[in-house]
Write a protein that binds this ligand. Structure first.
Ligand code: GYE
Length: 325
């Protein structure tokens, strides 16, 4: 008798647990419409003009709206970024904007926020889609189409070199979504050009000096290289110094193409040292907060919100440098 009721009770508990479990596993945390929010922005690092412009955009827009912004800088550490998100959860923010440094290590942060009932919007970088999903684990990803960026860089290089190039590729941060996708898009663009070949590919961690060092080593190992594809402008600017240190002329002996659209890159294009850069906008503030307001108002949010990006080369760099960062 006693045993039977225990079994029944256990079964009922299991049903309830299943019900609750599957509901929370499927549903995103809701957000109440309010006049102003306290939001978190978990930045990955601040070692380049792109990051600084992005942070400023998030801060300026929060100030304009009278929102409270809890800002953290993970200083290039995925582990610190997870801790930063946990501290935002403890501070009871209404929502978290996260720029995940790498695709996998930030999954626990996304899940912790979800468990705490705090909606997350991914900004500029994404997480591994097999481990976390937009619309279920986080609200949406807002940023550029990195595969398309890589493709545009590759197509420009194919056109400029007549489909003939020995390429050094400077990859971004290992395990980050822009590094993965920019490599993929570029490879797709050059695969039908039999005389275009990536002779070496190594990470420069999206950083100027690391990019310079890696380019220096790879230029020594591959003296026949004719082009450099950098996954961001900071590494491309570092690579210009490496090319010059190797006694070669950037823009003549070595064609350089990259991604972002920083002021230094546009200046290098004007100076003829760099060929082109695919724009990747860092100005997220308005679209980030507008999306959160729409979410709070119960509007359907697309799983990806893709920024429109331009292309900078010798034809427009001079005209557009005034608005660069
Ligand atoms: O290109 C780079 C930055 O995640 C899209 O990260 C961003 C990239 C950007 O450090 O400069």
């Amino acid at each position: 008798m006693f045993r039977r009721s225990v079994v029944k009770l256990a079964a009922a508990a299991a049903v309830i647990a299943l019900g609750v479990g599957s509901a929370t596993a499927q549903e995103l945390p809701k957000l109440e419409p309010k006049d102003s929010y306290k939001v978190g922005f978990a930045q990955t690092e601040s070692n380049n003009p792109w990051r600084i412009a992005q942070t400023k955009s998030m801060q300026d827009e929060a100030q304009k709206r009278g929102w409270q912004l809890v800002y953290t800088d993970a200083a290039g550490s995925a582990a610190k970024q997870v801790a930063d998100v946990n501290s935002m959860i403890a501070q009871g923010v209404d929502a978290i904007f996260l720029a995940p440094r790498e695709e996998k290590p930030l999954i626990p942060a996304v899940m912790a926020a979800k468990r705490a009932g705090i909606p997350v919007i991914l900004l500029d970088r994404s997480v591994d889609p097999s481990l976390a999903e937009a619309g279920r684990d986080y609200v949406t990803f807002i940023g550029s189409d990195f595969i398309e960026e890589g493709r545009r860089a590759g197509e420009w290089l194919a056109q400029t070199t007549g489909g003939k190039a020995k390429i050094i590729e400077l990859q971004g941060t290992t395990g980050s979504s822009p590094a993965n996708d920019r490599a993929q898009g570029f490879a797709e663009a050059i695969k039908d050009h039999p005389e275009m070949e990536v002779v070496a590919s190594q990470s420069g961690d999206f950083a100027r000096d690391k990019g310079r060092q890696v380019a220096e080593t790879l230029l020594q190992a591959h003296p026949d290289a004719t082009a450099i594809y950098a996954h961001n402008d900071e590494m491309a600017v570092g690579a210009i110094a490496a090319v010059e240190a190797a006694g070669k002329v950037p823009g003549k002996d070595i064609t350089i193409v990259s991604v972002d659209g920083t002021r230094d890159a546009l200046q290098a294009i004007i100076d003829g040292k760099m060929g082109a850069t695919v724009e990747c906008s860092p100005f997220f503030g308005p679209v980030a907060y507008d999306t959160l307001v729409k979410y709070a108002n119960g509007e359907t949010i697309a799983p990806k919100i893709i920024n429109e990006d331009r292309f900078f080369d010798a034809s427009n760099a001079q005209e557009l440098i005034a608005e660069a960062y």
